[in-house]
Design a protein. Sequence first.
Length: 77
Amino acid sequence: MEPIQYRPACDAKASPREDRIHLACLACGRTEEFASPLFAVLKVEIARQSGYDVHAVRLEVSGHCRACRMRPSATQH
Ligand SMILES: [Zn+2]
C-alpha cells in the first residue's frame, strides 16, 4: 500500500488570478473575467463558517454585457 501523494507545491504555484468571476453574455456569447478584492473577504467568511481551507473562489454570472444592453432589442427575447 503506497502512501497517499499530496501535491501542495503544485497548488501553491497557481496563479493568483484563480479568484475570479466569469461573466457570460446570454445575447452575444461574449465572456470576460472580473476580479475583485471582495474575494479575499468572501474566502475568509467561507472558511470561518464552513471550516474549509479555501484556495480559490470561482463564480459564474450570466446576463447581458454592456454592448448588448446598449442595443434596444438585445434584451427583448
Ligand atoms: Zn453581449
